[in-house]
Design a protein around this ligand. Structure first.
Ligand code: GLA
Length: 720
């Protein structure tokens, strides 16, 4: 297809209605700027998935849903049909989207279409059990490059039901095999490592059972046909908006069908619905990209910035932050923090954050969590002395909190031992010497909101770093009836979201960072309430390149907190200060070093780097990312960011270790206008000449990177 026709086709799709319904054949066609998605009703009123791929402009092209034939008594037609939201009932043994038990013991559930409603870019389709009034509303929202799906399960029957699995959505790939799965795995201090592996028959489970999103697997997937790269190939991708126990199962059936089902993790799950009650699942977003993993990431980044983050496209670029955690740990006091604040301000820092150690008897991690009053020995003037000084230096003030947690050695625990999750009479496992409050309880939620609200009302706080430094254990909730106790997994997360929502409403301008011992709580659910996330407790710059590569598959640079810290760091590795800065400037730049130990040369370099960050951060944080060379695959890593208006671009390049005196490869740029001319500038402002977009994309930029851990950046400005 010629490029012109392709562009015209895309324009037609873009201008087309995003939801169309062929009432005669009962087919719905949902179209984003990059994809279409279709489903339809079989003659039995079963809602079947029909199409997911590149944009279509003609609903008539999509064949109507049909009833298949049984292959054998072991392969019934139900297993061959791509049911959009299968209940567990009849002879269906693929992963169900909904599995229930009624109070009378009946567990069969077969969902058929009842009605639908469409308005603008939203579609709601209601299904109902063939026998009783158990309903599911399937909600679709068509965004610019993705579709968000959730379900609302309503018990309109006369008896209570227990939900044993409640999924947000099932997604079907085009029939066939040979697909490949990409996913992010890791552990504390080694989060978001990118994996790619072939999909075979059976189920691959991506999940968290730890109560939070988790360091181990992040709720994101991408599937390609085995041959995609950053710029080429068809990629189907998705991410689940949930910060508690979640599961995404990737299943290849014996019938050459790959399906992805995701939502609440059925592990230890039970949600009790009395007559008249309902449960809403998290949103599962998914999309399709024709041009490789790079386009798939950019579509998610756009979604996050325009439709998910709290302030949408009005959000400001992240300010340059200072935090002394790695430098001072718990040894924070007014004089020491003011000394650091004065040094930070000279570098151009805009937000000064005190981390752990400012409250209660918090001199180490054995005591104090839960007692959110300022430690009078460390801060004899309360926090106001420090905040006033920080503000007078032209910086905003931020505060670390970990409000879900309690040390047994705290006044809060002595007053409310029952607030901790527990099974009565059984041990309460401590991790980092702390226990976890049952935030599913509304009294605990109100207490936590009260603590944060009081801090934000008493002090001029611009920013909370909300931490969560352990996983769940003994998740008992003895105060509610047994049939409701497992709802803790879900209600805990709702209350977490609700506290942040209320805080933001009551304190406009207040910003929040999600942290959980590094990157344990990063997902599209939390991004609705926070401005950035702490990527990893590992701030070692070379490791960070791979952590950031994985992070960027799913999440935009704007959300990625990245600090420059002292060396030698984790791995006992020492990288040059410029390298550390350029790695961190690919996200929301922070400095976490002990500034008292910096030489004059370090300080001068840091000032220049912070000034550079302020020039390029809008392009990095709000622009389009092109991953040019991967740290997993090459000794040179290169990333390029292009502003959304196409006027600015910035290229970052890093060398791990030069061998045989070989120069780095030419870096072929992307996303430029071939017909435009760009002025190139070095990171210290030297002109590097002008080149056309065509030349830069075909011949590339040659950078000098010599020895170990060399780094550079090139700025591009469109001139014609
Ligand atoms: C966690 C966070 C760190 C720091 C410490 C404080 O590990 O990830 O950044 O805030 O807690 O105890």
């Amino acid at each position: 297809m010629s490029r012109l026709i392709f562009v015209m086709l895309l324009a037609l799709c873009a201008s087309a209605q995003s939801i169309r319904h062929d009432a005669g054949r009962h087919v719905w066609l949902l179209t984003t700027h990059t994809s279409s998605y279709a489903m339809g009703l079989s003659p039995e009123n079963e809602l079947q998935h029909l199409y997911w791929g590149g944009p279509l402009w003609r609903v008539e092209d999509v064949p109507a849903a049909e009833r298949k034939r049984d292959i054998s008594s072991f392969d019934p037609h139900q297993m061959l049909e791509n049911e959009e939201y299968p209940g567990w009932g009849g002879p269906r043994f693929d992963e169900p989207a909904l599995k229930i038990t009624r109070a009378d013991g009946d567990r069969d559930l077969v969902l058929h279409y009842v009605s639908h409603q469409a308005k603008a870019n939203e579609l709601a389709i209601t299904l109902k059990d063939i026998h009783d009034d158990i309903e599911v509303e399937l909600d679709y929202i068509v965004h610019s490059g993705t579709i968000g799906r959730k379900s609302i399960i309503r018990n309109r029957s006369k008896q209570a039901i227990t939900l044993e699995s409640a999924q947000s959505a099932a997604w079907y790939l085009p029939a066939g095999v040979g697909y490949r799965l990409s996913y992010l795995s890791g552990r504390w201090a080694a989060e978001t490592q990118l994996n790619r592996e072939p999909i075979h028959e059976g189920i691959k489970t991506l999940e968290s059972r730890t109560g939070h999103t988790g360091h181990n697997i992040n709720p994101w997937f991408a599937i390609d046909e085995g041959d995609a790269d950053e710029t080429n190939g068809r990629v189907w991708f998705g991410a689940l908006a949930w910060s508690g126990n979640w599961r995404i199962s990737v299943e290849q059936t014996p019938y050459r069908q790959v399906r992805v089902t995701g939502g609440f993790n059925p592990f230890d799950f039970a949600y009790w619905l009395k007559p008249g009650e309902s449960l809403e699942t998290p949103v599962f977003y998914a999309g399709y990209a024709q041009r490789g993993f790079g386009e798939a990431s950019r579509l998610l980044h756009d979604l996050e910035r325009s439709d998910i983050q709290p302030d949408g496209l009005k959000a400001r670029p992240r300010p340059v932050l200072y935090n002394s955690w790695e430098a001072t740990e718990f040894n924070v006091d007014e004089a020491g923090q003011i000394a650091l604040a004065e040094k930070a301000a000279k570098l151009g820092v805009e937000l000064f954050v005190i981390d752990d150690g400012w409250f209660g008897k918090r001199n180490n991690d054995h005591a104090g969590l839960g007692d959110w009053t300022v430690n009078p020995q460390k801060f004899p003037n309360g926090l106001n002395g420090l905040i006033t000084r920080v503000n007078s230096l032209g910086m905003d003030f931020g505060l670390w909190v970990e409000p879900e947690m309690v040390n047994p050695d705290s006044d809060l625990y002595r007053a409310h031992p029952d607030w901790v999750m527990n099974f009565p009479g059984r041990p309460r496992s401590e991790l980092r010497n702390q226990l976890i409050l049952n935030m599913a309880r509304d009294d605990v939620k109100d207490y936590i909101f009260g603590v944060l609200d009081k801090l934000a009302s008493t002090y001029k706080i611009r920013y909370f770093k909300w931490d969560m430094n352990r996983i769940f254990s003994e998740p008992g909730w003895p105060e509610v009836p047994v049939e409701q106790q497992r709802e803790l997994w879900v209600k805990y997360v709702w209350n977490y979201y609700d506290i942040m929502k209320q805080l933001r409403e009551k304190h406009p301008g207040l910003e929040i960072e999600s942290c959980s011992g590094g990157g344990g709580r990063i997902d599209l659910g939390v991004l609705r309430y926070v401005d950035e996330v702490w990527t990893s407790d590992n701030t070692e710059a070379f490791d960070r390149l791979r952590i950031q590569e994985g992070f960027s598959q799913a999440y935009a640079a704007k959300f990625m907190s990245a600090w420059v810290t002292d060396v030698p760091n984790m791995n006992r590795r020492s990288t040059p200060l410029q390298y550390r800065f350029l790695v961190a400037m690919q996200g929301a730049l922070g400095i976490g070093a002990n500034l008292n130990r910096w030489s004059d040369a370090d300080t001068e370099l840091a000032k220049r780097m912070v000034a550079l960050d302020k020039r390029i951060r809008t392009t990095v944080q709000f622009g389009n990312l092109y991953r040019l060379l991967s740290p997993r695959l090459s000794d040179t890593t290169a990333n390029e960011y292009v502003s959304t208006d196409g006027r600015e671009a910035v290229l970052f390049a890093f060398r791990h270790s030069q061998e045989y005196n070989t120069p780095p490869p030419a870096l072929l740029l992307e996303g430029l206008d071939a017909r435009a001319v760009y002025r190139l500038e070095s990171l210290d402002g030297k002109p590097l000449g002008n080149s056309s977009g065509a030349y830069l994309m075909q011949q590339g930029v040659n950078v000098t990177l010599r020895g170990d851990f060399d780094s550079t950046a090139v700025l591009l400005h469109r001139v014609e």
